[in-house]
Design a protein around this ligand. Structure first.
Ligand code: MG
Ligand code: ZN
Length: 357
C-alpha cells in the first residue's frame, strides 16, 4: 500500500509539473513581426515558383487575410498600412503613428517597451521610411523624415538596423543624432562588420546614407540584422518585440520588375527562416508574417513549374486594395487565421502578450 501511494504521489507531482510547463509555454514572450511591403500572394508565389527549395514561408502553420484599406482610401499607402499594423488604428494615407485627427497612438513596440520588453527593428530601406516609422514615430506626414529620425531618440528602442544615416547626421537643424544616440548609451555603427562586433547594450546600425541597395548589393543585411537583433534582444528575460521589413518588395512592384520582386521575396524569406528557427528553439515565441498592401496588381497567368519560370503581368504601377495574406507560427499563432482588418493584427499581438493599450 505504501508503494502505491508513493507512485500516486509521483504521478500527481509529474502531472503538476507538466501542467505548469504547458501553462508557461502558452504565454507569448517574444513576437517577431515580419512585413513584406507590397507582398501579395502572387509575389510570394513568384518566389515559390522560382526557388529550387520550398520557401520558409511554407513552414508557417496558420494563414489568414488582412483587409488593408485606410481611413481615407480604398488603397492604402505604407504609412497608413504600417500604422494599422503597428498601432491598431486606420489612419489617412501619409500619416505615421497617428489617428486621422493627428492624435499620436502608441505602437505595439512602444507598449512592449512600457512593459519592460526589449524592442528592435531591421529594415532594407531607410529606418525613417514609412513602415519602420509607423512603429517608432508620430508625425502627420511620412515625408518628415528628419522629424521621424528625432523620434527614434524619444522611443527608447534598443536596436535598429537599416539605412537613413543622412536623416540623423546631415540635418537642416544641424543636430547630429548619432552623437545624441551615443550620449544615450547607444553603440552607433555604419557597417555590418562593426554591427557584428556589438555584443550587448543598445545599438543603432545606420548602414547607408540613404536606402541600402537591392538584395544582391546589401550583403544579407536582413538576415545578419535579424541574427544580431535576436542575439541582443533575447538577453531581456521578459521578452522582446522585433519588427523586420522586406522593404523593397514594394519598390519592385512599383517598377513592375518581376526579377526584382523574386529577389526581394527570396531575401525576405531567408529572414523569415531565421525567425522560425528561433521560434523552434525558444518556446513562447510568436512569428507573424504580413504585408501592408499589395503592389503592382501582379498576376501570373502562366508558367512552368519544372523550369521554375512564370509569366508576370502587372496591372498598375501603384498599390492595390486586395486583401493580403497573414502567415503565423509558434506560440499562440492559431488566432491569426481567418479574415480580419489590418488593425486586427495589432489587436491579436496585444492579446498574445496579454498587454493593455
Ligand atoms: Mg515599407
Ligand atoms: Zn509602395
Amino acid at each position: 500500500m505504501k508503494r502505491i501511494s508513493l507512485t500516486a504521489k509521483l504521478l500527481f507531482i509529474s502531472l503538476f509539473i507538466s501542467l505548469t510547463i504547458n501553462a508557461q509555454e502558452q504565454k507569448v514572450k517574444n513576437i517577431i513581426l515580419l512585413i513584406g511591403d507590397g507582398m501579395g500572394i502572387a509575389q510570394v508565389y513568384a518566389g515559390m515558383v522560382s526557388s529550387p527549395a520550398p520557401l520558409n514561408i511554407e513552414r508557417m502553420k496558420t494563414v489568414g487575410f488582412s483587409k488593408t484599406y485606410s481611413a481615407n482610401d480604398f488603397t492604402t499607402d505604407s504609412s497608413a498600412g504600417g500604422t494599422a499594423l503597428a498601432c491598431g488604428v486606420k489612419t489617412n494615407n501619409g500619416m505615421v503613428g497617428m489617428s486621422p485627427d493627428t492624435v499620436a497612438v502608441n505602437s505595439i513596440m512602444q507598449i512592449a517597451k512600457n512593459n519592460d520588453l526589449a524592442t528592435g527593428l531591421v529594415v532594407s530601406c531607410n529606418v525613417t521610411h514609412a513602415t519602420p516609422a509607423s512603429f517608432v514615430a508620430h508625425q502627420p506626414s511620412r515625408s518628415m523624415t528628419e522629424a521621424i529620425a528625432a523620434d527614434y531618440l524619444k522611443s527608447g528602442i534598443d536596436v535598429f538596423i537599416g539605412g537613413g544615416r543622412n536623416d540623423f547626421e546631415k540635418r537642416k537643424d544641424g543636430r547630429n543624432l548619432s552623437e545624441e544616440l551615443r550620449s544615450k548609451d547607444y553603440t552607433v555603427v555604419h557597417t555590418l562588420e562593426a554591427m557584428n562586433r556589438v555584443q550587448s547594450g543598445k545599438m543603432a546600425a545606420l548602414l547607408a546614407d540613404n536606402h541600402p541597395g537591392k538584395a544582391a548589393e546589401r550583403d544579407n543585411l536582413l538576415v545578419k540584422g535579424v541574427y544580431k537583433s535576436l542575439e541582443l534582444l533575447s538577453k531581456n528575460e521578459k521578452g522582446f518585440f522585433l519588427m523586420v521589413e522586406g522593404s523593397q518588395i514594394d519598390w519592385a512592384g512599383h517598377v513592375n520588375q518581376s526579377d526584382y520582386v523574386v529577389n526581394e521575396v527570396l531575401d525576405f524569406d531567408k529572414a523569415v527562416g531565421v525567425a522560425l528557427d528561433f521560434a523552434d528553439r525558444n518556446p513562447g515565441t510568436l512569428v507573424v508574417v504580413v504585408a501592408d498592401h499589395e503592389t503592382g496588381g501582379l498576376t501570373l497567368p502562366k508558367g512552368d513549374i519544372a523550369k521554375r519560370t512564370f509569366k508576370a503581368k502587372f496591372s498598375t504601377l501603384k498599390h492595390t486594395g486586395v486583401p493580403v495574406p497573414i502567415y503565423s507560427y509558434g506560440t499562440g499563432s492559431e488566432i491569426f487565421g481567418g479574415f480580419m482588418q489590418n488593425t486586427g493584427v495589432f489587436d491579436r499581438m496585444l492579446q498574445s502578450y496579454g498587454f493593455g493599450k
